[in-house]
Ligand binder design. Structure first.
Ligand SMILES: NCc1[nH]cc(CCC(=O)O)c1CC(=O)O
Length: 316
């Protein structure tokens, strides 16, 4: 086929992720050209929740795919709305980076070492709810900005710490700034965190074929369970959600272990549930665990709503 036009946002994280996928495709013998796409989320100074969640990043790129301006797009899977986009498909989910969150704190401190009253910045209701639920007396401050900006708040002394995805730091070569990798027993990551989604039009058999070799079966199964859980919860509650699925060795072969969190923004309500099920049925596992959370009270939690039109778009 001819050159694959790969659409990317301009942020350093987006271009790094797109370049990584471009490199994989080139190694597989394809020609790739990067095409920059500007999105509303890149130019607006408003809080991301106010302009409709992180889905604003995905939608401009998706328009370019549907218009035929680009052939392939790379998203952080956790930023991709769970509702399928008609005409588009996730052609590959490459092998996942570490899915955990990290702390970037002043003076090399860990969560347990931060004094009461320390100010921790995050724009994510999921992180805010779980940090509050730790009971460490941390003050959560809403922030936004790209990864470099957010680390800057700590190095410039404006905040005591920020919480970020380890995968983002790793891709940007800034892992050295992390002062603690946060155990998922304390803070569960966003569904899909650390994984990429390579998206293309469903009718482009040539592109689907070119991209297929990038797919990693274990990653796809895990994120499918996490996103099925998120999707089912979105229908019934607005609570912040964390989820992590891991492939484990069961007695009769591979199984999928799924852990999830739903809670209130202030940390006063905290639901944690887990379930293990067949590797081959990730959707059912995610839906079942979501139902357990809803039955146990997630439906009654007042979460952070974004806008009426963007209920499915989370700032994770
Ligand atoms: N919400 C923004 C975003 N989208 C993807 C990543 C990092 C990479 C990933 O999680 O795959 C980040 C930064 C962060 O949350 O720290």
């Amino acid at each position: 086929m001819t050159t694959l036009r790969l659409g990317t946002r301009r942020s350093r994280l987006a271009t790094t992720q797109s370049q990584w996928v471009a490199d994989q495709l080139e190694a597989a013998g394809h020609e790739v050209e990067l095409v920059e796409i500007t999105t509303e989320g890149d130019v607006s100074a408003q809080a991301l929740t106010a302009i409709g969640g992180t889905g604003v990043f995905a939608s401009a790129i998706r328009h370019a795919l549907l218009d035929g301006r680009i052939d392939v797009a790379v998203h952080s899977l956790k930023d991709l709305p769970t509702a399928p986009e008609p005409g588009l498909t996730i052609a590959a989910v490459p092998v996942r980076e570490d899915s955990r969150d990290v702390l970037v704190a002043r003076d090399g401190l860990t969560l347990g070492e931060l004094p009461q009253g320390s100010v921790v910045g995050t724009g994510s209701p999921r992180r805010a709810a779980q940090l509050a639920a730790l009971g460490l007396g941390l003050e959560i401050r809403p922030i936004r900005g790209n990864v470099d900006t957010r680390i800057g708040f700590v190095t410039e002394g404006l905040l005591d710490a920020v919480v970020l995805a380890r995968a983002g730091l790793s891709r940007l070569g800034r892992l050295g700034d992390a002062t603690e990798v946060i155990d998922p027993i304390q803070v569960l990551p966003a569904p899909g965190q650390g994984a990429l989604a390579v998206e293309c039009r469903s009718d482009r058999a040539d592109v689907l074929d070119a991209v297929a070799s990038l797919d990693d079966a274990d990653t796809r199964v895990a994120v499918t369970a996490e996103r099925a859980l998120l999707r089912a919860l979105e229908a019934g509650c607005t609570a912040p959600v964390g989820a992590l699925a891991e492939v484990v060795e069961g007695d009769d072969g591979l199984e999928l272990s799924l852990r999830a969190f739903a809670g209130s923004d202030d940390g006063t309500i905290e639901l944690r549930r887990s379930l293990v099920g067949p590797y081959t049925e990730p959707e059912a596992l995610g839906a079942r665990l979501a139902q357990i959370l809803l039955d146990d009270g997630a439906a009654d939690i007042e979460g952070t709503t974004t806008t009426a039109t963007s209920r499915s778009e989370h700032v994770s």
